[in-house]
Design a protein around this ligand. Structure first.
Ligand code: HPA
Ligand code: ZN
Length: 340
């Protein structure tokens, strides 16, 4: 059954909505870029890099993640980073992706906004023309930095306004509440950006409430700690506010001890608009398909549940309605016979 499930899942058109581009930096690319840019790393082989993928919490991961991103310097580095992920999309039949880009990560290394964008844009346009890949970018801010620093980055993004569909907020959640970025979200909304935010991964359910009420976001990244507040789960379900859940990430960062304890299928059954995503696939042991396979294997996720989760991803995307409908009907025609 597992092999059949895998073949069935691989063939379905899918969307991914929660992916940090720096989290898709594979060990071999990390090492080759470090060599090219003469950046010293404490690793000299793919095995050594991968041996470091043991994390006890979000912060222990972020330390390695920012070290990894320090090898990205010129336009071609950003092109290769993006192209490596888009090729994975092609391989896994992820026909639409929404990718978080974090310019504040590169700025301390002297990388200009325009250098980063040129590389990313070249890869995105190539993938679109070669195999019809659909890609949207999310301008994601680092919440351990100040709101003033985020506002400077928002201003630097102005010449590239058309390249981004939304803003987001990532990095250390504990101690950096949504309220810290209220002005940023208000200004971005006034400029026409749509909005998402990481909340309820390590932070409490209250951060999800505050994200909805104070930042007025349309969707929540992770959000799995919503179960600590029944009223919140009711609101998420009633208003069909999407959660971009990342199962393998949650295990690697010890949000849940084991996949058997993961709550995504319970949330799905309670009517919450849950979606499946990989977050930082190079670091967490799997891309999108592997996340679905883990749920099938460890939680007994059925084909019907998988199909609902995939359908939800198109529904929860920042695509215009017409595009969502096109993808939904393509999915429908390829999954005939599976009851929802
Ligand atoms: N949470 C917060 N920030 C992040 C993550 C995450 O899971 N991945 C990359 N940046
Ligand atoms: Zn994330």
């Amino acid at each position: 059954m597992t092999i059949e499930f895998e073949a069935w899942l691989s063939a379905l058109p899918k969307a991914e909505l929660h992916l940090h581009i720096d989290g898709s930096l594979q060990a071999h690319r990390l090492l080759s870029l470090a060599k090219k840019n003469a950046i010293e790393l404490p690793y000299s082989s793919v095995e050594e890099v991968e041996a470091a993928y043991e994390f006890e919490d979000l912060q222990s991961f972020l330390d390695l993640y920012y070290l990894g991103a320090s090898v990205l310097i010129d336009e071609s580095d950003f092109y290769h980073l993006m192209m490596d992920y888009l090729l994975k999309c092609k391989e896994q039949n992820i026909v639409h992706c929404e990718i978080m880009v974090e310019p504040q990560t590169y700025a301390p290394n002297g990388v200009e906004f325009s250098t980063m964008m040129a590389g990313f844009d070249r890869a995105i346009k190539q993938a679109e023309s070669e195999w019809g890949q659909s890609t949207l970018l999310i301008l994601s801010f680092l919440r351990h930095l100040s709101e003033d620093e985020a506002l400077v980055t928002l201003q630097q993004a102005e010449p590239f306004r058309e390249n981004f569909v939304a803003i987001g907020l990532a990095s250390a959640e504990q101690g950096n509440p949504p309220k810290k970025f209220e002005q940023l979200y208000a200004m971005a909304r006034a400029q026409g950006y749509r909005a998402t935010v990481h909340a309820g991964e390590e932070g409490p359910a209250q951060y999800i409430w505050d994200s909805l009420n104070d930042l007025k976001v349309e969707r929540i990244d992770h959000g799995v700690r919503c179960v600590e507040d029944a009223d919140l789960v009711t609101r998420l379900a009633n208003e069909q506010i999407p959660l971009t859940v990342c199962p393998l990430s949650n295990i690697k960062l010890c949000v849940f001890d084991t996949m058997q304890q993961h709550n995504v299928l319970e949330l799905l059954e309670q009517g919450v608009l849950t979606t499946i995503n990989s977050d930082d696939p190079a670091y967490f042991g799997g891309y999108l398909n592997e996340n679905f396979l883990a749920l099938h294997h460890d939680l007994g996720m059925t084909q019907s549940q998988a199909l609902k989760l995939i359908r939800n991803s198109f529904e929860a995307s920042f695509l215009p309605l017409g595009k969502k409908q096109e993808y939904a009907s393509a999915l429908q025609s390829q999954s005939a016979g599976i009851k929802l």
